[in-house]
Design a binder for this molecule. Structure first.
Ligand SMILES: [Zn+2]
Length: 325
């Protein structure tokens, strides 16, 4: 399905002064265009001299999945933001996205920091997603939670969501009747950020707003500037105010849709608050699904296929991004 015109465009800016290495991705999902617009604007500002890179290296990929972009769909042959690991040496890339992943992985590896720009389907405000706290566990060991949190904090969204791979792993175990997930199934949960963390870097996913929100490209552009400023790669803005403390939510569970007849009791939007005991959905057999505690609905998907993620549940997090965890 490769189109002769499909190629990965990579913009690189290297200062002669050594410094941090930041990579920014747009269009990992083809119908999410705000990151592309934000990157094109940053490229133009750097080319035109309005923006000056003082130190370090900045790499920007405006359209990470050219096939998905050409189709203006989330996915090309599949979701680029899953199984994000290079094809093992000697093996043949399984599909289009695997070939893209094989190009992006070595690129990410040459950087310290990833900013991955996305947008979402339902209405709502921009938010950032960060990974685990510092830990030396086996699932996603990490030692740069403070730096990652600082990046999310300075991007300045009103909400930040933490945790993903642990909840993904718990969801897999649930589906397997309590058996811990095997490595291959777990690897499917890896996106760009998980790969970046596995290579010693850190990464933040910024969901810039609804796909069509006219403000989303501005959110993306501002985030690139905030990241560059935080890392000391462009001049500080004297008018910049200290970041406000965002509402921090922690993903705690994922619930699968089991049957096409499973229905939400109402239309949910991401971050809708629910009280303990409040009905969320009704199973095909009539069982009412209730909130296990006070919290928030995240990524509700009324169209989810049977056996796939229906909605995530988050609670308020006690983590303070302004302090080492
Ligand atoms: Zn996306």
């Amino acid at each position: 399905m490769t189109h002769p015109g499909d190629l990965l465009r990579v913009h690189g800016f290297s200062s002669l002064e050594p410094g941090p290495r930041l990579i920014v991705l747009g269009g990992v999902h083809g119908d999410e265009t705000c990151g592309t617009a934000g990157i094109e604007r940053a490229v133009a500002a750097l080319d035109g001299g309005a923006l000056q890179l003082l130190r370090g290296q900045l790499t920007m990929v405006p359209v990470a999945n050219p096939l998905a972009r050409r189709l203006l769909q989330r996915e090309g042959e599949r979701n680029l933001n899953r199984s994000f690991q290079p094809t093992p040496a000697g093996a043949v890339a399984a599909d289009y996205e695997a070939r893209i992943t094989d190009l992006l992985c070595p690129l990410l590896e040459r950087h310290d920091v990833l900013l991955d720009l996305h947008s979402f389907q339902s209405q709502g405000e921009a938010f950032a997603m960060i990974g685990p706290r510092d830990n030396d566990g086996t699932l996603e060991p990490f030692a740069r939670a403070f730096e990652e949190g600082q990046l999310a904090l300075h991007i300045g969204t009103s909400r930040v969501v933490e945790g993903w791979l642990d909840i993904y792993a718990a969801g897999l175990a649930q589906r397997a009747g309590g058996q811990p997930a095997d490595a291959a199934a777990l690897a499917f949960g890896w996106g760009t950020n998980e790969y970046m963390r596995s290579r010693g870097g850190y990464g933040v996913t910024l969901e810039c707003g609804q796909h069509q929100d006219p403000a989303a490209p501005e959110v993306a552009y501002r985030a690139i500037l905030s990241a560059l400023r935080l890392l000391g790669m462009i001049a500080a803005d004297p008018a910049e105010e200290p970041p406000k403390r965002p509402a921090l939510l922690r993903l705690v569970s994922v619930t699968d849709r089991l049957d096409p007849a499973d229905r939400f009791v109402r239309e949910w939007a991401t971050f809708d608050p629910v009280a303990a005991g409040e009905p969320i959905g009704r199973r095909a057999d009539g069982t009412l699904l209730k909130a296990e505690r006070d919290g928030f609905i995240v990524f509700p998907n009324a169209e989810a296929g049977a056996g796939t993620e229906w909605f995530y549940f988050a609670v308020e997090s006690e983590r303070d991004l302004s302090r080492p965890s």
